[in-house]
Design a protein around this ligand. Structure first.
Ligand SMILES: C[S@@+](CC[C@H](N)C(=O)[O-])C[C@H]1O[C@@H](n2cnc3c(N)ncnc32)[C@H](O)[C@@H]1O
Length: 374
């Protein structure tokens, strides 16, 4: 953890500007840049590093290319963020450098702002991210990526000690999440006898925690045949208060509804995208004169595994805002409780896993309740 968050990043920020500037492949190849313009780019990155917005503006006007990186992949945005000067950050963003830029060490501009203790610059980056995501969705397709989820569902998964992994060695679920799942269970099952719904069984960690809390009815939706078999091997199909719906939640909505409404709902699937999560929200919170929502009103509580943007804090912070705004549009208010997730910085934890899916020291546990009606 120390190396990831402070060691390398600190070295990078204090290392100053490397003498050599590498041009990114777009919009110009290396060969297209003359010596003269390359020195303008060096000045531009230096001005960003100093947080000198006026000089950055002048250099851009003089034709300095903004889409440059240094030899460690730092963009003008990384340098502007490191300076902490909000005007420079704004200017660089306005000039087109994406808020999602990563350097070769996989650091965002947000990491640089944070390492320097520049809260305002960090906030500017978050706001830029939220705006960009909101605009992007206006142009993106309205269809969730069914193919990716079906791909996952047709490949075998394996239970191996503290983890459930798919055919490509992605961690579908890992036991380090157990303390989080226990908290999620308490959030959605606040009293014995509750009717609860969990979408995605995985290792059954949240379902075991829910059972401890004595729900009256406990519905579990699971789509993977190997996971379903595992559930049966463990006797989940014979527990008196448990109903298993085997299939994709998208195909089980009628049965889900018939077994509800629910006092508590939890959602944690795999191989799905933000669009799928948003679709799930639309399905469970939708109200109309003829149809009651799947989550009971007014006291139902909803939560979900909040791994959104989980490999970069800046992406995660942006998506916490995006999901909160989307939920509010559906009549739900969201509170995030901060829970330490420091354990994920233990290198041993991710051994054998293709890609760590959570690399942030604080987990934002969402509790969503119906917003009061005026
Ligand atoms: C991350 S795991 C859930 C872990 C669980 N929260 C626990 O405590 O162990 C995700 C589960 O969702 C299942 N899944 C993936 N896509 C699904 C879908 N469309 N509908 C229902 N289940 C799905 C996966 O097979 C997997 O078992």
């Amino acid at each position: 953890m120390v190396v990831y968050y402070s060691g390398i990043i600190f070295w990078k920020i204090t290392s100053g500007l490397p003498l050599k500037i590498n041009m990114s492949s777009e919009p110009h190849s290396h060969e297209q840049i003359s010596d003269d313009s390359a020195s303008k780019e060096a000045l531009l990155l230096a001005a960003c590093h100093e947080g000198n917005a006026k000089q950055v503006e002048d250099l851009i006007e003089q034709g300095a290319e903004i889409f440059v990186t240094d030899e460690t992949g730092r963009t003008a945005l990384h340098f502007a963020a490191a300076s902490g000067d909000v005007e420079t950050v704004k200017l660089v963003l306005k000039s087109g450098i994406p808020w999602t830029s990563l350097d070769v060490g996989d650091y965002t501009a947000g990491d640089y702002a944070e390492a320097g203790g520049h809260d305002e610059a960090y906030e500017e980056l978050v706001q830029a991210g939220v705006r960009a995501e909101m605009v992007l969705r206006m142009f993106s397709s309205d269809v969730g990526d069914k193919a990716a989820n079906e791909d996952y569902l047709t490949q075998p998964v394996v239970y191996s000690g503290d983890r459930l992994i798919d055919a490509e060695k992605n961690g579908v679920m890992m036991s380090w999440e157990a303390p989080l799942m226990e908290l999620h269970a308490k959030v959605i099952c606040s009293k014995p006898g509750s009717t609860v719904l969990n979408v995605g069984f995985g290792m059954g960690i949240i379902d075991s925690a829910l059972q401890e809390l004595g729900p009256g009815r406990h519905v579990i939706v699971e789509a993977h045949p190997d996971v379903y078999q595992h559930m049966k091997d463990e006797g989940w199909d014979t527990k008196p208060n448990v109903h298993i719906l085997f299939g994709r939640w998208q195909d089980k909505l009628e049965e889900i509804r018939a077994l509800g409404p629910y006092d508590g709902i939890f959602f944690d699937t795999f191989g799905e995208f933000y669009k799928d999560l948003d679709d799930f929200h639309k399905a469970i919170f939708a109200t109309s004169q003829s149809v009651q929502p799947i989550l009971s009103q007014p006291d139902g509580i909803y939560s979900f595994f909040n791994g959104l943007g989980g490999d970069h804090k800046l992406f995660h912070d942006v998506y916490c805002r995006v999901v909160r705004a989307d939920l509010l549009a559906l009549g739900m208010e969201t509170q995030f409780s901060q829970v330490s997730s420091d354990v994920v910085f233990d290198k041993e934890l991710w051994k054998g896993i293709k890609r760590p899916y959570w690399m942030i020291k604080t987990y934002n546990l969402p509790t969503c309740t119906w917003a009061a009606k005026d």
